[in-house]
Design a protein around this ligand. Structure first.
Ligand SMILES: [Zn+2]
Ligand SMILES: [Zn+2]
Length: 246
């Protein structure tokens, strides 16, 4: 017993030792999840400077409809002007889905590279901090359980959890997916909206009235999914965030 205590005491002393700490930190450095080579100054699983240079981040004034860059004198971009009124107050997009952005999101969603979630979340948190916006709660757009089973994880939820941790904002699953829907990719906007009618409902007991909610999804194309997901959140002030927009 005494031997064990001594061992424990020695271990604690070692951990407190600066040299030892340096060693463990050195052993915990992970390469950048973008190129799998470079190292980030920001910590584990963040993008290296080279990847940050390649990613088309939206840093200037953004469109409150899609989070993309403003392309005229109006707040809304031309694409959002064509689509019409959005049910959310503001929109944030971490990156444009140019070929590199698209590759990153594909590797995250279908390639099993889940560690990209932290790199995306670090950039998303930076975007929110810079905007000065404040939220009571962050909520993911849910997947139907059948889709969850085939993919193994909800990419929006994982991104959400890490974003919430970065920002110190609670993450709650406020919505449930009532039914499985057809894949959206090959449908136009009208078909997408029909496909999604009544797809989402408020989770039992979820309090949303009067709260500032940041609703999170992985990708915004036409915004049909997020539009439908906003429907049960009546009485709340909703803004949206996505990893990528196109
Ligand atoms: Zn990199
Ligand atoms: Zn827009």
């Amino acid at each position: 017993m005494e031997l064990l205590k001594n061992y424990a005491r020695g271990f604690v002393k070692n951990v407190k030792n600066a040299h030892w700490r340096g060693l463990t930190e050195a052993a915990c450095v992970f390469p950048c999840p973008g190129c799998r080579e470079g190292l980030s100054e920001q910590g584990w699983n963040c993008f290296c400077d080279e990847c940050l240079g390649r990613i088309l981040r939206i840093t200037g004034p953004h469109c409150p409809g899609c989070g993309g860059p403003q392309d005229g004198i109006l707040a809304y971009c031309s694409k959002c002007m064509r689509i019409g009124v959005r049910p959310w107050r503001d929109a944030y997009a971490v990156m444009e889905l140019d070929p590199f952005g698209l590759e990153l999101v594909h590797r995250y969603k279908y390639g099993g590279q889940v560690e990209l979630a932290r790199a995306f979340a670090a950039l998303g948190a930076e975007l929110i901090r810079r905007s000065g916006a404040e939220f009571d709660v962050i909520a993911p757009v849910p997947l139907h359980w059948t889709r969850y089973c085939t993919r193994g994880f909800n990419q929006a939820h994982l991104f959400c959890l890490l974003l919430g941790r970065e920002l110190g904002i609670p993450v709650r699953r406020l919505l449930v997916r009532r039914r499985a829907t057809r894949r959206q990719a090959r449908l136009n906007r009208e078909q997408r909206l029909n496909n999604l009618t009544d797809a989402f409902a408020l989770r039992r007991g979820a309090a949303v009235v009067g709260r500032k909610i940041l609703l999170v999804d992985d990708v915004l194309t036409t915004g049909a999914t997020l539009t439908e997901a906003c429907r049960p959140l009546t009485g709340a002030e909703v803004s949206i965030m996505v990893i990528g927009r196109r």
